[in-house]
Design a protein around this ligand. Sequence first.
Ligand code: SF4
Ligand code: SF4
Length: 139
Amino acid sequence: MTEKTSSKKFDEWFGVPRREIPWYPRIDPGQCVGCGFCVAICGRGVYRYDFESKKPIVAKPYNCLVGCQTCANLCPVGAIEFPAPEGLKKYIAKYKIFVKVKEILEKKFKPVEVKGYKEQMSYIEKTEKEVTKKTLGQN
Ligand code: SF4
Ligand code: SF4
């Protein structure tokens, strides 16, 4: 039986199909000492532990939280790698994530009367435009 490579609840990231974003860990089996720490600390079930090889397996790569590198940071031997986080900016621009962030903030914090809110939103819009322009060469 083939194991699913993601769980339904992690299928999207800001409304973007999670599989569109190539962000997940890779383990160097030559370096990994099989301590299992990565399996234990990941709260998203990305890893499974193979008791035969005594090594972890990246069983559900697309469950990985985009931008998270906790397991790589804590692996005692540095056996876990991720793509360069800089590369994520391309997807943030492509899928206009800042627009979605703005919508989330508005919905969540009902900010009409909050001091400085409009300025902050203008800043977010400006940032989004700048990132898009820089990354994709669009206005
Ligand atoms: S934390 Fe590092 S050394 Fe330990 S099992 Fe995971 S990859 Fe291997
Ligand atoms: S980066 Fe975070 S979410 Fe992704 S596998 Fe590691 S601990 Fe889990």
